[in-house]
Design a protein around this ligand. Sequence first.
Ligand code: PEP
Ligand code: MN
Length: 339
Amino acid sequence: MIIVMAPHSTEDELKNVIDKIEEKGLGVHLSKGASRTIVGVIGDKAEIGKLEMQHLSGVEKTVRITEKYKLVSREFKKNNTIVNVDGVEIGGSKPVVMAGPCAVESMEQLMESAEAVASAGAQFLRGGAFKPRTSPYDFQGLAEEGLKMLRTAADANGLKVVTEVVDQRSIETVARYADVLQIGARNMQNFQLLKEVGRAGRPVMLKRGLCATIKEWLNAAEYIMSEGCDDVIFCERGIRTYETYTRNTLDLSAVAAIKELSHLPIIVDPSHGTGRRSMVRPMAMAAIAAGADGLIIEVHPHPEVALSDGEQSLTPADFRSVMEDVNKLAAMLRGEADA
Ligand code: PEP
Ligand code: MN
């Protein structure tokens, strides 16, 4: 069982709740977030079943949830969560598109990318300033210089910024420039990083780990939410299977699974999910048809000279054309007559 304390409950009310639990020989897991305190009850299921806590002063609600992940679950919250990033709604009625290069390479490259993706209808500029590369000898990103470029190019084109944070040290710096903090696939189970990013006061986009099950992914999101962050966005980006034709195997069934198991929004990354430019359009369409709340797509003004992931990056012209198809499909799914 978890007990959600009311936003302005007092320390005495909290103590009273904890005393009542401990009197029964049960344990307590306390999670004090910026906006609310959650008391998790640990111990014998039969004893927990007998607890009556909802009428105690300072308690907002109690929820009995069998799974280990609680705050992220549909049982905890029936209605879909809409993550509102300064007026851009992720999880609302229209798909949100984040687009831009894999890595920030220069102001010129980024400005060209931002203009292209904004004019094609994207709402977010993406781009890594800290790049978790497979080889230490590959381009590692421009760090804070890259973040500044992201902010400048996004602001000049009316876009929001989503960018990856790779370690605890750089959270504050990244949060200064980004609207949404991205946790990359390789860090999905970096629990210390998840906890700290949950305290950063920014929405978090959590990419699925390369070999993560859906339940492991949900638990990773729970780490972020348990620190007081309500705005978590899942991102399916493909998992590793025996298939080698594609870079990863894009698991679109994860979209339906997340919708069943969680109230949080989910977007899809057909770029990393396939590793192939030619497959981005069909998988983007399939993702929207499956119910995804948006897409994150790599776009580079000159993919042939990109410092990373050129082979999966769309040209601005291709991106514009994919956006037209995606928008038509989304309008059709909403039942708009002229779609
Ligand atoms: C990225 O989106 O830039 C990225 C590195 O993706 P992933 O963590 O999914 O590999
Ligand atoms: Mn990439």
